[in-house]
Structures are given as structure tokens and as C-alpha cells.
Write a protein that binds this ligand. Sequence first.
Ligand code: TIU
Length: 221
Amino acid sequence: MFRIPALPYDYEVPNLSQLALVIIDMQRDFLEPGGFGEILGNDVAQLGSIVPTLKGLLNFFRQNGLTVIHTLECHQPDLSDCPISKRKRGKGSLTIGDEGPMGRILIRGEAGNAIIPDLAPIEGEIVIHKPGKGAFYATELQDSLQKRGITHLFFTGVTTEVCVQTTMREANDRGYECLMVEDCTASYFPHFKQSTLDMVRAQGGIVGWTTSAQEIQKALS
Ligand code: TIU
């Protein structure tokens, strides 16, 4: 049993084989200038700050042979998995499927849809392509976790209040023990990140726990 100091109280991992690190949507579309994030009017510089800490946690998982899952928000080239409502939303200069500076926006396989080089998946890691904000919707994630006997999930990535929080809530409803890694998640809006951390751990951990990457590495070492 591993015990990690966390809020609102210690988080326990019974067995490391039941644990996975989930890295949400660390893709160029959201982190680099010219991508979907910037087109929606956001300051993308906000998100880059977590990369060194997240890379450290990813390396820790790799060195210890633990399960790593990457997700990507993306759609098929024919947009058959993209609701019209999602394409219309935002009223930016470009929308999903349009040609942008890094290829077609949020389309699977385009340059902008790749995970940033610092965090690129390696062989043996799970990569989930998801059409929604939550990683369980219309994906093989639930099957993949059940097959491996994974019950405990650490959530990282971007953006905290959109895809990370949505996925953590989906996981919580499916019975997973969920922990959000405070310094490995970011939002275009720092106050939204803070509110998300506050709300997931309120009411005795209504959605789960939060802690830092350092506390995790100390407790699991
Ligand atoms: N816009 C925004 O905050 N997020 C997204 O569109 N996707 C994710 O959060 N990954």
C-alpha cells in the first residue's frame, strides 16, 4: 500500500499495477501559436509552464514500468465524429476541420494534432483519440482500463476545467479513484484552474483528490 499526502485527505494506491498516469491533450493544437487554442482567442503561453514538471512525472512512470495513457482531442478527416454544434461554436476565424497554420484543425494525423515533442508517447503507452472533451465518450478507454485491471488514475494535462475535469468526472462516475496532479495541469485561465482544484476536492473529495508531482514521486519511490 502506498499513501500519498493529498487533499482533502491521503490518497491510497493498493498496488502499482492498478495505477495509470493519464496525460490529457498535450497536443500542439492547444499549446503552440497558430493552433485551435489560440484561434479560440486564448493566450497559449499559459499552458507551457507545466511541461517540465509533467515530463518529470512521465519519466518517473516510465522508469518504474507504470502504465501511461495519452489522449488527443481529434476528429476523423470527414468530420463524421464531430457534431455540427461543436464546429459552429466559438465563432472564431477558423473552426474544426479548416486549414490552419499547422494543418487542418483538430483533425487526426495533422501536424497540429501531434503531442508536443517533449511528451511524445513511446512504444507500449496507450494513446486514446477522443472526439469529445471527456476521454470516455466514444473511445476504447474503459475497455482498455478494465482489461489491465486499472482502478486508480492520476490526471494531468490541459485544460484543467475542460478536458481534464470532464474526464475526471467521467472516471469518478465509473468508480475509478481519481487524483488530479496540481502542478501538471493548466488552463488558459488560472482562476479556472484554481476553482477546478477547489471543486473536485470539496465535500470530502466529491470528484477525487489533488496533490503535487513531488508528493507522488516521494510516496511511490
Ligand atoms: N478550449 C479549451 O479550454 N479546451 C479544449 O478545447 N480542449 C481541452 O481542454 N483539451
